[in-house]
Design a protein around this ligand. Structure first.
Ligand SMILES: [Zn+2]
Length: 56
């Protein structure tokens, strides 16, 4: 883990994100506005999914 401290990777595609110009959403780094939007939708979807349903 320690070697990752100073490098950030896009939460969507895994590409290394430059320190300057990085986009951060929900504490995750994204390489582009496009992937920031993808990640935002992903987070919104997971939040909704965890909301309910106990018995199949
Ligand atoms: Zn990306």
């Amino acid at each position: 883990m320690a070697f990752k401290l100073f490098k950030k990777y896009c939460a969507v595609c895994g590409k290394e994100v430059p320190k300057e110009g990085a986009i951060v959403r929900f504490g995750a780094h994204l390489c582009s506005d496009e992937h920031a939007e993808v990640y935002r939708k992903k987070m919104a979807g997971e939040k909704a999914k965890s909301g309910g349903g106990c018995c199949g």
